[in-house]
Design a protein around this ligand. Structure first.
Ligand code: MG
Ligand code: MG
Length: 260
């Protein structure tokens, strides 16, 4: 069963999803060479609680922190700790909130200091692939249309799509049906219906698609140690046009300010 949400429920979930973007923007203001990832986690947890919400990941399946922080060749599910970010790193930050009884779930990959052009391109193209996937997220299409759009775009640059981790329905639970792979065939998979809310989240590797898990039982990294990028939005399925519940606007504003 794929849960369908009413308009009212979608508006409640939108508040949770928007809080994730605001939290990531707050975190973005603290990203610099020398900062410890645990510091970023504290910033996020305080910000979420100050806004009357709960961290969505903390305690989920035993995950110990508010943010998943994954650096360079780490794809997802990195655990914040004493690691210091360095000039030239990239850092994927995935954040969940619970507000109004609904989960928000969104992720963004940030450059730290001066990052090489090849890796900056990986970030740009991965983010673009997210929006190409979102374009397909309308009633009447199928889940495979999303994966096809993401996969065909990123593979045109020689990147690869992680297979073991996928997007998902999101709502009163963090992970609902359907699974939303970032690869696939046009016209395949479950049909998208008005009222579904899905998290679309391309995880794209510069090198090979294979991933391995660290001994910590959480962190997933690339098998060839090349960098990986991750961008994620929550999207409500409607007739005609996708409705993106989360937002990168606040993040972009902070990044533009930092660049100025
Ligand atoms: Mg996420
Ligand atoms: Mg997700």
């Amino acid at each position: 069963m794929i849960p369908l949400k009413t308009e009212e429920e979608i508006e409640l979930q939108r508040e949770s999803s928007l809080l994730v973007g605001k939290t990531l923007a707050e975190v973005a203001g603290h990203i610099r060479p020398g900062v410890k990832t645990i510091k970023l986690d504290k910033v996020a947890e305080t910000f979420i609680r100050d806004h009357g919400a709960l961290p969505g990941f903390k305690g989920y399946g035993g995950f110990p922190a508010t943010l998943c922080i994954s650096v360079n060749d780490e794809v997802v599910h990195g655990i914040p700790g004493d690691r210091e970010l360095k000039d030239g790193d990239i850092v994927s930050i995935d954040c969940g909130t619970i507000m109004n009884g609904f989960y928000g779930d969104s992720a963004y990959t940030f450059p730290v200091g001066e990052v090489g052009q090849e890796v900056l391109n990986l970030l740009k193209h991965t983010e673009e692939s997210l929006y190409l996937g979102i374009e397909q997220a309308v009633a009447g299409n199928r889940v495979g249309d999303i994966g096809f759009a993401v996969q065909s775009y990123v593979e045109s640059f020689g990147y690869s799509v992680v297979r073991e981790l996928v997007g998902h329905g999101v709502g009163r639970k963090l992970h609902e049906k359907p699974e939303v792979p970032n690869y696939g065939k046009r016209g395949s998979g479950p049909k998208l219906k008005k009222g579904m809310v899905i998290a679309i989240e391309p995880m794209i590797n510069l090198g090979v698609k294979e991933v391995i898990q660290n001994k910590d039982g959480w962190t997933i990294r690339t098998a060839d140690s090349q960098p990986s990028a991750h961008f994620e939005h929550d999207v409500a399925i409607k007739n005609g046009k996708p409705d993106i519940l989360s937002s990168f606007d606040e993040i972009k504003a902070v990044l533009n300010k930092k660049r100025a």
